[in-house]
Design a protein around this ligand. Structure first.
Ligand code: ADP
Ligand code: MG
Length: 263
């Protein structure tokens, strides 16, 4: 194993609380060129600490998804830098980036993205199988219990409710003990009860399992499950606060919406 390989240290042992797991420094993203050019992110800097649950909010079109995708190495940045678990994404070749995402990141999207022919358990362990890693059975049991799926593991996605399917996606994201989990509107396709359940599981995975989570949401109640909330407007971070309540978030968003409309 070469020490020059930025991915040579083995992945995913969670670090001590307070360590920085992901960092964006003057991250910019410009789509298109000429007349149609859009600056989706304008010099965004932010840090995400181990064991911290961050919500990212802002008006529609403010750059939330772009931020998450650039931070997670799913989309290229135009300038600036992103580090995940000490690795500078800009230095990685495509295959190294794929490996970093696979080994150190978990993803939960609005669409559950489960494979219909596999059981819940097979879906949960699929990324590990692809990576050629042996599942840690004790850890898996703990995750499955945390997301409340113990008696659903042999079911296929079509035999599960939307909420249960998203919990399978949640367990899949946790299975590899990723350094960080990225969620883009993970409750967007769930009814309010299933959404509350999922948020409770995310919260518990932070509290009990020491997981680090960055979640984009437009729902102030969802954001209130986080430890802190970042507000984006016009591609910039314009505010942040800790221990958000739904009311405080809603109030802040109203001001941002008014500001965006005034522009
Ligand atoms: P949000 O998730 O906050 O709604 P996005 O990150 O999706 O915002 O978009 C931010 C801005 O970038 C918007 O103006 C959007 O139209 C633009 N944008 C996003 N993706 C693309 C793309 N693939 N091509 C061109 N413009 C894009
Ligand atoms: Mg979006």
């Amino acid at each position: 194993m070469s020490t020059a390989d930025p991915l040579s240290t083995h992945a995913a042992a969670p670090g001590p609380a307070g360590d920085i797991v992901a960092r964006a420094t003057r991250l910019s993203k410009v789509y298109g060129s000429g007349d149609t050019q859009v600056t989706a992110l304008d010099q965004v800097s932010a840090e995400f600490r181990h064991g911290e649950f961050t919500a990212v909010m802002g008006p529609s079109g403010s750059g939330k998804s772009t931020f998450l995708h650039c931070l997670a190495g799913l989309d290229s940045m135009t300038s600036g830098s992103v580090q995940i678990d000490g690795v500078e994404l800009g230095t990685l070749k495509d295959r190294q980036l794929t490996r970093l995402r696979r080994d150190r990141c978990g993803f939960i999207f609005q669409a559950f993205n489960l494979l219909p022919t596999l059981t819940a358990m097979e879906n949960i362990t699929l990324p590990l199988a692809i990576a050629g890693r042996k599942p840690d059975q004790v850890w898996l049991d703990r995750i499955v219990a945390t997301v409340g799926l113990t008696d659903r593991l042999a079911h296929r996605p079509a035999e599960l409710s939307g909420g249960q399917q998203q919990r399978v996606a949640c367990a899949r994201a946790l299975a590899s003990r990723p350094a960080i989990i990225f969620g883009d509107e993970p409750t967007g396709n769930l009814d309010s009860r299933a959404g509350t359940e999922l948020l409770t599981f995310l919260r518990r995975s932070v509290q009990d399992l020491g997981q680090t989570i960055v979640m984009v949401t437009h729902d102030p109640v969802a954001a209130s499950y986080a430890d802190r909330v970042l507000f984006l407007a016009d591609g910039r971070i314009v505010d942040e606060f800790a221990q958000p309540t739904a009311d405080a978030v809603l109030d802040r968003l109203k001001h941002l919406d008014a500001r965006t409309r005034a522009n």
